[in-house]
Design a protein around this ligand. Structure first.
Ligand code: GLV
Length: 323
């Protein structure tokens, strides 16, 4: 038996787990649903490594309950579920899974944009409800994508990947970012302030992490600044948008429609008012869910935990200042 015990909070591909088991004494949570916080809290006292998902809250209390915890590896690019400052303060490196999901997630953001703009879910419903009786000049008319203006909020890997897709659709791309203007223009975009982006864009797609600064970044005033024909797409984190303000804006025609892969909270309640709206398409946080990408994410999460157990730098670390 290895000196290192590792807990993985969900089933991962068997081959990936087998590779990990060669480096540690492995325990995997078998349920479909995530382990309750109290379960992780109890297990962590014995752990050297933890592989977790964005559904697991990993806070200072939990870290303090794991005196031998050497590494936390999140199978996600986002890490707002982990108190990274607390991990750094305790010398625990935290891994994430960037890059491998960039193109898959950007594909999905663009798919949401197109589905909502061209009213594909509504059209499906229309047929299923037996409403298709004839070709009609105006029924289910949507918005053009080709040649429209796309506002990208946040210009990290996924925001940039979305701008590459937009160029194929001859879109004007406006970007709100802290990155230098030259980088944005090199990628074919125009750096603008958020208020200008909201005013001018036909589509607004969010690509910022959830932090104290971005919590409810898109709220009543921001929605009011958008065009009445605008579409909002969120594949970042639900908390970046104020859901009550979004509901009112969609209901009252302040903006045209929204495509959300992420919600606040997750999962969205079946009786959430957003789900009563025809102009809101809500997906169950699946933007990175291609078979190949999810496999790569699991591999990366395992690479990170193995490096951490060995005391080596994690291949992808969100707090590299921890040595
Ligand atoms: C998914 O949302 C991720 O952060 O990987």
């Amino acid at each position: 038996m290895s000196e290192h015990k590792v807990f993985v909070t969900r089933q991962l591909p068997p081959a990936t787990l087998e590779r990990l088991s060669a480096h540690c004494d492995l325990e995997v949570w078998e349920d479909f649903m995530p382990p309750p916080y109290e379960v992780i809290l109890e297990k962590v006292s014995q752990l050297s490594g933890l592989v977790c998902l964005l559904t697991d809250r990993i806070d200072a209390r939990l870290m303090d309950a794991g005196p031998s915890l050497k590494v936390i590896s999140n199978m996600a690019v986002g890490f707002d579920n982990i108190d990274v400052a607390a991990a750094s303060a305790r010398g625990i490196p935290v891994g994430n899974t960037p890059d491998v999901l960039t193109e898959t997630t950007a594909d999905f953001a663009f798919a949401l944009l197109m589905a909502v703009a061209r009213r594909i879910p509504e059209a499906k419903q229309y047929i299923h409800e037996g409403k298709w009786r004839t070709w009609h000049p105006t029924v289910l008319s949507g918005q053009d994508i080709y040649g429209a203006t796309l506002g990208i909020v946040g210009f990290g890997r996924i925001g940039r990947a979305l701008s590459r897709r937009a160029s194929g659709f001859n879109m004007r791309v406006l970007v709100d970012t802290l990155e230098p203007e030259a980088e944005v223009s090199e990628a074919g975009g125009e750096k603008v302030r958020l208020d200008e982006l909201l005013r001018e864009s036909d589509y607004v797609s969010l690509h910022v992490p959830l932090t104290e600064d971005t919590k409810h970044l898109i709220s009543k005033d921001e929605l009011a600044a958008m065009k009445p024909t605008a579409v909002l797409v969120n594949t970042a984190r639900g908390g970046v948008v104020d859901p009550a303000a979004l509901y009112e804006a969609l209901r009252d025609g302040v903006i045209l429609a929204a495509g959300l892969d992420v919600t606040e909270p997750e999962p969205i309640a079946p009786d959430d008012p957003l789900l009563t709206l025809d102009n809101c398409l809500v997906m169950p946080h699946i933007a990175s869910a291609s078979v190949a990408t999810r496999r790569k994410m699991a591999e990366m999460a395992v690479d990170n935990v193995i490096a951490g157990l060995r005391g080596e730098p994690l291949p992808t670390c969100v707090n590299p200042e921890v040595r």
